[in-house]
Write a protein that binds this ligand. Sequence first.
Ligand code: LHQ
Length: 259
Amino acid sequence: TVIAEERDGALLLTLNRPDRLNAFNEGMHKSLLQHMKSARQNDGIRCILLTGAGRGFCAGQDLSDRDMRDGSAAPDLGLTLENLYNPLIREIRSMPKPIVCAVNGVAAGAGANIALACDIVLAARSARFIQAFSKIGLVPDSGGTWLLPKLIGEARAKALAMTGEPLNADTAAEWGLIWKTYPDAELHPEAEKLAAHFAAGATTGLALTKQLIQDAAVQSLDQQLDAERDAQRQAGRTADYREGVSAFLEKRPARFSGS
Ligand code: LHQ
């Protein structure tokens, strides 16, 4: 249910349940998390690109797995989050390599918030972001209640979450919810170009940058200055820093090894 393809140091992960708009069942969760965990361990993978097969990106939880019309007891959704969604979001946010998300079509419920948890979010102009949770009596999950107000402010976050109104991709970019939009046909080539760029980048510096910016949300300026000092010390000891400075002085493109 997840297709994994390695391309020049980038791992392309494609959610692949297109007839359900790539809604998550347990199998897709396990497969996605497994691919992420092995990418984390694999030094040959220096960027991850996440996208969806078919016309949708991801419609969140597969609701056909949640049919209670026969009167059966409601499952414990807290357990679903604890066991499946939360580990995935933690994996994405702590991954020491860039994760690009190419939102090729509708991103609803947890599908929207998984996309937003990635580092660089690109979207096709026809894509929509829907905080669908309120329509079925739930709350935004997969980090949405934390990320949305940080990205777009409380007023817009509450309105999206409480109305469940779709947000089109261009407005999402204007609001700063995502990075850029592209005409539909250009999304994949552009996303692959960016993934290849990161896969040839200074991996340690990028990983430290990601972590610093995320940590800033819960730190004071003093703590953050200390964290930057420590991270810069680490980045300054990499072969990629040495190569970056040499390339600058020699007026040539840098050839980063990722170490
Ligand atoms: C689907 C789904 C879907 C199954 C489309 N499931 N089949 C966490 C913890 C535990 C439990 C609960 O949830 C969570 C987090 C969540 O993610 S809650 C939010 C769950 N997601 C939703 O509520 C979104 C439901 N989907 C929709 O509202 C629409 O499908 C959207 C707006 C995404 C797309 O609309 P359309 O473009 O009009 O497509 P469609 O509705 O015709 O869908 C195409 C097919 O995909 C259709 O099947 P069919 O057999 O009729 O062709 C849908 O039934 C199926 N599908 N989403 N989540």
